[in-house]
Design a protein around this ligand. Sequence first.
Ligand SMILES: NC(=O)c1ccc[n+]([C@@H]2O[C@H](COP(=O)([O-])OP(=O)(O)OC[C@H]3O[C@@H](n4cnc5c(N)ncnc54)[C@H](OP(=O)(O)O)[C@@H]3O)[C@@H](O)[C@H]2O)c1
Length: 247
Amino acid sequence: MTNKEQTSVLITGGNKGLGLEAARRLGALGWTVFLGSRDEGRGREAAAKLAAEGSAVVMVPLDVTSDESVAGAVRLVREHTDCLDVLINNAGAPGRGTPPAQATAEEIHAVYDTNVYGPIRVTNAFLPLLQAAENPRVVMVSSAVGAFSVVTDPRQAASQFHELAYTSSKTALNMVTLRYAQALPDIKFNLATPGEVANRKFAATDMNNHTGELTVTEGTDSIVRLATLGPDGPTGLFVDRLGPIAW
Ligand SMILES: NC(=O)c1ccc[n+]([C@@H]2O[C@H](COP(=O)([O-])OP(=O)(O)OC[C@H]3O[C@@H](n4cnc5c(N)ncnc54)[C@H](OP(=O)(O)O)[C@@H]3O)[C@@H](O)[C@H]2O)c1
C-alpha cells in the first residue's frame, strides 16, 4: 500500500509518446506511477522499461472509452493506495482529419469518446481517491488547436486545416475542465498543451507522424509543471511550455 508521503499519479495512455515520457519524468521524482494502457502487452513493455530505470510503476489496463475498464482500473489502483494525488488525462485520439462537410456523427463520436467523454469518465471514477489526497491535481492534456485564439490566427497552420473532430473535441475538453475547476475548488483542474503556441511548435510523436519540432521531454514540460503544482497553485489554467495561453 502506498503511503501518504509518496506522491501517486495515474496517467492514461501512458504506454507511449507524451504519456510515457510524463510517466518516466514523474517516476524519476520518486512518485508511484500508475501507467494506464488500453493494450496490456504495450503497457507491460512500457512499465518494464520504467521499472528497469528504478521507477515504482504499476501497469493499469485502462481503455478510457469503456466504463467497465475504468471501473477495473479504480479497483486495481485501490489495491495499492487509498488516495491518488495526480490524474493526468493524456490519452487522445486524432481521428481521421475529416473536414466538416465530410464528417460523420460516427467519427465525431469516436473521437469525442476518447478525448472528451474519456476524461470525464476517468475523472469521475477517480474522484473519491483524488478527494482523499491532500493536494489533488488533475491535468487534462488538451491541444493548442482547441483554442479559438489559435484556429482564428492566420499565422497558425490549424486555421488552414479544415478538420472537425479533433479540434472541436479539445475545445470541448477545455470547457469541461473549466467547469470542473469551478465546481470542485478543492481539486486543481488545469489544461496543458504540449507545444509552444507562440512559436507554432508541437512535440514529435506517433500522433503527428513525428513531424513535431519539440522532443517528448520538451512536450511534457507543461504537463509536468501542472502535475507538480503545490497547494497554492492555480486551477482553471490553460498553459503551454512557455506559460498561460489564450483560450
Ligand atoms: N504531440 C503533440 O505535440 C500534441 C499536441 C497537442 C496535443 N497532444 C495531445 O497529447 C496527448 C498524447 O498524445 P501523443 O502526442 O503522445 O500521441 P501518441 O503517441 O499517439 O499517444 C496517444 C496515447 O493515447 C492512447 N489512447 C488512445 N485511445 C485510447 C483509449 N481509448 N484508451 C486509452 N488510451 C488511449 C494511445 O494508446 P495506444 O498506444 O493503445 O494507441 C497512446 O498511448 C493526446 O491527448 C494528444 O491529443 C499532443
